[in-house]
Write a protein that binds this ligand. Structure first.
Ligand SMILES: [Zn+2]
Ligand SMILES: [Zn+2]
Length: 305
């Protein structure tokens, strides 16, 4: 792509100007993480011994531990900001990143996500569950030790309500799920990252972030807990591949997946948003987003060996 191009994603209410710049090739986007490394990491095994685990899976080097968030924004005893937060320590090893862990550990992590989604979904008045990860300083991580978080609220965020409305409108108009249609189409497009019998990953047409990637089950599944073990394994393998590629260019990233408990007919996906690009006046003022890496180039990068 030589000229910039405006791309609209009306379902997710996004307008992006894809404006590739030569200077923004993978090897140029390396950053140094600003995440702090305290002498006494609160997520290392020694410190975790003092904290009650809400849930844990695996032993020794495979251990994954779930603890309460010590600084929650929402809590079960605050009716004015009702919700619940947890932290998931992905590995006991302080210096390993999620992308460096074996596929089997990612599969176990997804299993923990499944378990916690079910448990939190049973809490009173919870309507929305977000599972997310901040990796690197630019993605909001304050601790380097690999961890992800769960953020559940008693209300559905406004932009999610709008998205669900748009997805329902699409279904009425086309008689099919927007995401089922999209993954079939993108699995054959130049934006394909990978596709197999169980999962499909692609760089979305109107990517907001350079190297943005979406990972979806091929089956129309409302949420993560519906993945069977074979699908979960395929999901872990695909995620591993994507994170390894991102680690190779050393960018901060967020990933997330969400579930709205009031809607039982969603098609869940995991969105990976690398955060090397800082939003400026255009983004803040107009809500138009300028993305300097064409999704077609991003997909080629992910597909490369
Ligand atoms: Zn640590
Ligand atoms: Zn679907």
């Amino acid at each position: 792509m030589r000229q910039a191009e405006l791309r609209i994603d009306s379902v997710h209410d996004r307008a992006v100007i894809i404006s590739p710049r030569r200077s923004n090739r993978p090897h140029d986007v390396a950053e140094t993480t600003t995440a702090i490394h305290p002498p006494e990491c609160p997520f290392c095994p020694q410190a975790l011994k003092k904290l009650p685990a809400i849930y844990h899976l695996g032993r020794g080097e495979r251990a994954i531990q779930v603890i309460k968030n010590s600084f929650p924004a929402v809590s079960l005893n605050n009716p004015r900001a009702y919700g619940y937060q947890e932290v998931i320590i992905e590995t006991p090893k302080h210096d390993l990143e999620l992308g460096e862990l074996p596929v089997a550990q990612l599969d176990r992590l997804l299993k923990v996500y499944q378990h916690r989604t079910l448990a939190i979904g049973r809490l009173k008045k919870i309507e929305y569950i977000l599972i997310f990860k901040n990796h690197g300083g630019k993605a909001g991580a304050s601790l380097i030790h690999a961890h992800s978080q769960i953020f559940a609220t008693g209300f559905v965020p406004p932009h999610i309500i709008l998205k669900l409305k748009n997805v329902r409108a699409y279904k009425i108009e086309h008689g099919a799920c927007y995401y089922c249609d999209t993954l079939k189409k993108e699995g054959r497009s130049p934006r394909k990252i990978l596709t197999n019998r169980y999962v499909t990953a692609f760089a979305p047409y109107a990517s907001s972030y350079p190297y943005e990637a979406w990972l979806m089950p091929n089956r129309h599944l409302d949420n993560l807990t519906r993945l069977n073990p074979t699908e979960r394994q395929a999901f872990a393998q695909a995620l591993h591949k994507i994170l390894k590629k991102l680690n190779s260019i050393r960018v901060s990233y967020n990933f997330y997946l969400h579930q709205t408990l009031t809607d039982k007919d969603e098609h869940f996906y995991l969105r990976i948003s690398p955060r090397e690009q800082t939003w400026g006046g255009v983004e803040v003022g107009s809500r138009l987003i300028i993305n300097s890496v064409a999704p077609e180039d991003a997909a080629r990068f992910y597909r490369s060996k």
